[in-house]
Design a protein around this ligand. Sequence first.
Ligand SMILES: Cc1cc2nc3c(=O)[nH]c(=O)nc-3n(C[C@H](O)[C@H](O)[C@H](O)COP(=O)(O)O)c2cc1C
Length: 345
Amino acid sequence: MNPLQLLPPEPAHQAAIWALRHLPRALQTGFAAPVVDPRLSSQLWGLDFPNPLGMAAGFDKHVEAYNALFGLGFGFVEVGSITPEPQPGNPKPRVFRLRADQAVINRYGFNSKGLDGARDRLRAKPAQGVLGINLGKNKWTEEAAPDYCAGIRELGPHAAYLVANVSSPNTPGLRAEQRQDRLRPLIVACQEARDALATRPPLLVKIAPDLEPEDLEAVADLALGLGLDGLIVSNTTLARPASLSGAAKSEAGGLSGLPLFERSTEVLRQVARLTRGQVPLIGVGGIHDAASAYVKIKAGASLLQVYTALTYQGPRLVPTILSGLLALMERDGLTQISEAIGQEV
Ligand SMILES: Cc1cc2nc3c(=O)[nH]c(=O)nc-3n(C[C@H](O)[C@H](O)[C@H](O)COP(=O)(O)O)c2cc1C
């Protein structure tokens, strides 16, 4: 067990960020050696990924621990979500463990220190690996696009890739931005803001696992039609599978972890089919070991992210998943992880 599990969830989250900023690396990694192997490396969007496993958004929300996260062995790190202006998020408590289900429910509600502080920290400490920057909108903003464009302008120069997060269940009305009539102008505005940057980082959209089939088709059509660089599938779910046993299962918020795996992987598979493998996908939701990571890749994910399992299993999860992926590749006679992408679609 990860000893931080002895603390309540939000203090544990803060303590993890503190430990990453202040403790020596050997303590942070649990004395596990990082897995470095060229068979796990890949190139996407002209970027070099040393391995396909990334830290998902929502852990380093305030852009404080990204370089230490590279030190844990992640192939890439996504910080945020960051809102233009600082905002406190929802009242506490707002994160809940469902230990027996290996799941978490959170309703942080985009607690963010805002763009200015993030930009200053990134200037002072440039990222030592592939850094994704995940953008949100302030709770009080009526029109979403200007908020995302502000994030792109301010933080885009520091990003290897950018994410418009339109799928958090904890900002009222946000998920409506995924509807086709709203998503098209939003993506067009974000792409214009991105194109104005000298670095022109890839722009991705992160979607919910709760979209109906017709919404998924619309998202796929937009991604193909507008030349979106990628999709992240998926955010947390509002659904509550009947299997949940944790006392906190009725708390409001987004559910993540093991009970999200099947649904988020099915949505990933559908999106991979609908986009015919032409739009790179990042698979996230319920990855907890090498086998579940491998399933996501075969379902169409070029890259992976993990969050909830890391809170239960601790930092040794990263080398465990990566070495397990190498063993699965050997079993299947693969020489490069990219050969597995979409194999089952
Ligand atoms: C406590 C917590 C906070 C999160 N905050 C964000 C966020 O700010 N932005 C975002 O795009 N996703 C956020 N997520 C969603 C994760 O990035 C990920 O999509 C989701 O948890 C599924 O992955 P997992 O099952 O491996 O946790 C958050 C998840 C958790 C558990």
